[in-house]
Design a protein around this ligand. Structure first.
Ligand code: SAM
Length: 244
């Protein structure tokens, strides 16, 4: 599947015609320099992928005709929601982009006791990062981006998952292998918690434990938060998902 891929909203598809947004039109006409007759893929973010033969190509408006529809593949079999403490500057962007590539299905930014970033107006920017990363890596659904929650609010979500695990840099807690071994049967929905640059506070760790969250360490080296944000879902999708 080498043709360019674009997520389109529901109202962009009328019968057999798909109309691309001005930004996508510019990309198709100016950057990719596609011409009428060329094919692209349109993804509806609801499970279908359309092959679209371009009919009208202009930098402000591109449309084409659907010539094939298929059920979309490529989503991980395991739903991972990554509860990630807000990170400074581009680290958050990076974690969202790479997490999408790895196979995270939902991101929930968190405010925790030691979160340095307290406010952000970046939701539109983050949504764009998720969409572009999903298009680039062949996802057929854009990961969900939730509103920012406090750690206490995040803990109230835990019962919505088959399992919840929190990464904590402490040799006295079980390693991830042991944590995974304690979970039966294999989960379909998992919440993963990763702390900020300064880590989770001991109070937060105890609150999580009291809510049934499984505490795990990820190895003997201290990872940067953004590294843990990628490694943690990678290891989980290697065990229960489609990585590796
Ligand atoms: N000094 C902090 C501490 O010891 O908790 C370091 C925090 S680390 C930079 C940021 C986050 O990444 C942690 O809250 C944890 O979620 C995760 N993390 C980093 N290294 C880890 C490890 N070896 N095991 C488990 N979690 C780790």
């Amino acid at each position: 599947m080498t043709e360019p891929r674009f997520f389109v909203p529901k109202d962009a598809i009328h019968g057999e015609r798909v109309t691309f947004s001005p930004e996508q039109s510019r990309q198709i006409a100016r950057v990719l320099r596609l011409l009428p007759g060329h094919a692209v893929y349109a993804l509806d973010n609801r499970g279908y992928i359309y092959t679209v033969r371009l009919e009208h190509v202009h930098p402000r408006e591109v449309w084409g005709r659907i010539v094939d529809v298929q059920e979309a593949m490529g989503e991980p079999p395991l739903h991972i929601a990554l509860y990630l403490a807000l990170l400074k500057g581009e680290k958050m962007d990076w974690a969202l982009q790479k997490g999408t590539e790895v196979g995270v299905s939902a991101f929930v930014p968190m405010l925790t006791a030691r979160t340095v970033v307290r406010r952000t107006e970046k939701k539109a920017r983050w949504a764009r990062i998720l969409q572009e990363a999903a298009e680039q890596c062949g996802r057929t659904r854009i990961p969900a981006l939730h509103e920012i929650v406090t750690f206490a609010q995040a803990l109230t979500h835990v019962r919505e998952y088959d399992a919840a695990l929190l990464a904590h840099n402490d040799d006295d807690i079980p390693c991830l292998r042991e944590g995974i071994a304690s979970i039966h049967p294999a989960p379909q929905r998992v919440a993963l918690f990763v702390g900020p640059e300064g880590g989770f506070s001991e109070t937060e760790v105890e609150q999580a434990r009291a809510q049934g969250v499984i505490l795990v360490h990820l190895g003997p080296r201290v990872l940067r938060a953004e590294t843990a944000a990628i490694l943690f879902p990678t290891l989980i999708l290697h065990h229960w998902g489609d990585l590796g």
